[in-house]
Write a protein that binds this ligand. Sequence first.
Ligand SMILES: [Zn+2]
Length: 467
Amino acid sequence: MRMVINGLISAIALSSLLASASVSQDNSNDTLFRSIYKELVEINTTESSGDTLIAANAMAKRMIDAGFPAADVQVLSSAPRKGNMVVRLRGNGAKKPMLLLAHMDVVEAKREDWAFDPFKLKESDGYFRARGALDDKAMASIFVTNLIRMRAEGLKPDRDIILALTTDEELANSPHDGARWLLENHRALIDAEFALNEGGGAKMRNGKPVSSNIQLAEKVYRSFQLEVKDPGGHSAQPRRDNAITRLAEGLVRIADYEFPARLNPVTGAYLQIITKLDAPEVRSALAALMAGDNRPEVIAPLSRRGNYNSQIRTTCVATMLEAGHAENAMAQTARATINCRLLPDENPDDVERGLKAAVKDEKIAVIPLGTIVDSPASPMSPEIIKAVEEISAELWPGIPVIPTQSGGYTDSRWLRKHGIPAYGVSGIFSEEGKSGVHGLNEQVGVKQLFEGKEYLYRLVRRLAGGG
Ligand SMILES: [Zn+2]
């Protein structure tokens, strides 16, 4: 932007020019970003054939080359082909450090399934395309480049800014999950007052920004097995209470069962924004629930809509079935898997009790599976929300910032479990369902990626304080 008044640059305009020069994308930093992004994306970091240790070393070299003291750059590995990189930009220590988290591992991608080589960064018609182009090498490369930029600018923040690039986020419950492993083994290295991570996202529709999200909570994943044991018998002399029929009837009762609805600060704020243009019956159901009235008949307009229902209660659904040993015999065993998504502050024992009560059959055993990562919602920190809202308004005026609770999980669950509030933010807008994340031909808009880079630069600077 050029601000010339009567052929002269006024003092005010000059100072704002200088200010915008220091925060806008300067060309050399964009070039550096492209090179870091390309390098990181083109290192295969899949579980089957990739190597996050190579990626960790490459990013560590970038930090050292940029002048970070070697003592502040660590590569940590919990197993072969598993690498994490941690770097610290030192502040004046007035405040506790903040953590930037991004994972370097990516979901599998088979060359024969894709329209192009998933491990070559391809730029065409306004998009970058490759596996990891968005999830999560976009934020990883942005954090690396922005930290280099801040160091070059001589930033002395009020707190240390720690960046952790990690492995195994995409693998469910991997012991090598870098966020988890660092928290359990090297807590001091990444200990922080709060963290910024993926999971927030930003939505656009037909190329226009719709919302810039801040993720503050994730539902908690827990599966159960339902099991019926029975003597079985010849199918020519059937009994109605055979294992399969009993189980099926139990499953129907679970399908009809609703866990009690309630709101937390995140879902309350989210639903208030998202239902603004919705039917009056939805608005009044929400008002009732906010006032603490969760009677099923009152809140039915919310419960009937799947996207709202998943926000207001713990949900469970049958996902797998297994039964019988022969076509001409009644089953001796019948099993079903029930997958539940718990509200962040739900007691898992209550869910088990709820399922047993729903099943109403003592012959159907309800057995919890796996371990649970209890991850409470992050507090609605006014400092962080305000910064997100203001910087979002600078870049995308009029676009709402929406607090969200995700149905799925990210590494934020480990941070929250270990007492570090995590906030999912990215500023990288993408069309819903078109990013190819975890799927084919993953892509991110070039313009949107650079905007996200600028957004995260401004946000981290604001939250880190100092100058
Ligand atoms: Zn991810």
